[in-house]
Design a protein around this ligand. Structure first.
Ligand SMILES: Nc1ncnc2c1ncn2[C@@H]1O[C@H](COP(=O)(O)OP(=O)(O)OP(=O)(O)O)[C@@H](O)[C@H]1O
Ligand SMILES: [Mg+2]
Length: 223
């Protein structure tokens, strides 16, 4: 039986990966700063809401107000869905919360979420000073989130010049899939691109595809 895939809502992307993400998988959205990680995740959440799939956005970086104000520009009114109890965009200060796993699973339960975003995981590395601890913490979080059956997006920052997909090279190993967003200068011209770096159980396209920022959000351009 073919799996019914979870559509990302990014035009042009799902067709590069057998129709979408594997339900219940944990996907790392890795990228350079400003490459569109947050926008990608907001679009994923918005697209789910349009299909009646509730979602949770856990931000460790921007406030819900900032995220929602940015989303309005693309015509995505998350407030309306929050009022209906279908979605929650929440900010947590990782230095102030004791049990991050519990907080996130509680938010998931409240709205019966099918889609979850963690933006970003870099914060774990910031407050745990040891790579082993980061790996253990993230691994436990991903396992716990997977038990909910949600499809999970988590972001990580790729440093310029780096060959890894996160600050300490941990996230890519706990994720089932890695989608990388790049921002690079070529011949003096700046451009954005996207690569499906790995996706378990999926025959996905390889290489880099141009990524466009449109008034409706991100869009992958066919090569
Ligand atoms: N309305 C828009 N039209 C065109 N481009 C936009 C628009 N809004 C944002 N962008 C582009 O998206 C970038 C920011 O995207 P986003 O916040 O998703 O990136 P990010 O990878 O999450 O960055 P960060 O490292 O700050 O987390 C901006 O730098 C800009 O290039
Ligand atoms: Mg961001």
């Amino acid at each position: 039986m073919p799996i019914t895939r979870i559509k990302t809502g990014i035009p042009g992307l799902d067709e590069l990966m057998e129709g979408g993400l594997i339900p219940g998988s944990a996907v790392l959205v890795a990228g350079h700063t400003g490459a569109g990680k947050t926008l990608f995740c907001m679009q994923f959440l918005w697209s789910g809401l349009q299909k009646g799939e509730p979602g949770v956005y856990i931000s460790f970086e921007q406030t819900p107000e900032e995220l929602k104000d940015d989303a309005i520009i693309f015509g995505w009114n998350f407030d309306a869905y929050e009022r209906k109890g279908m979605c929650k965009i929440a900010f947590y200060n990782p230095f102030e919360i004791a049990d991050v796993n519990k907080i996130i699973t509680d938010e998931i339960a409240k709205v019966k979420a099918k889609r979850v975003v963690i933006d970003s995981t870099s914060i774990f590395a910031m407050y745990l000073n040891d790579e082993l601890k980061v790996r253990e913490k993230l691994y436990k979080l991903v396992q716990k989130l997977k038990q909910t059956g949600c499809t999970i997006l988590m972001t990580s920052e790729i440093l310029e010049e780096s060959k890894g997909f996160s600050r300490y090279g941990v996230e890519e190993f706990v994720a089932d899939a890695v989608i990388a967003l790049y921002y690079a200068g070529l011949g003096g011209e700046e451009y954005n691109s996207i690569e499906i770096r790995k996706m378990r159980r999926t025959k996905h396209a390889r290489g880099y595809f141009p990524l466009e920022f449109t008034p409706e959000g991100l869009k992958v351009i066919k090569k």
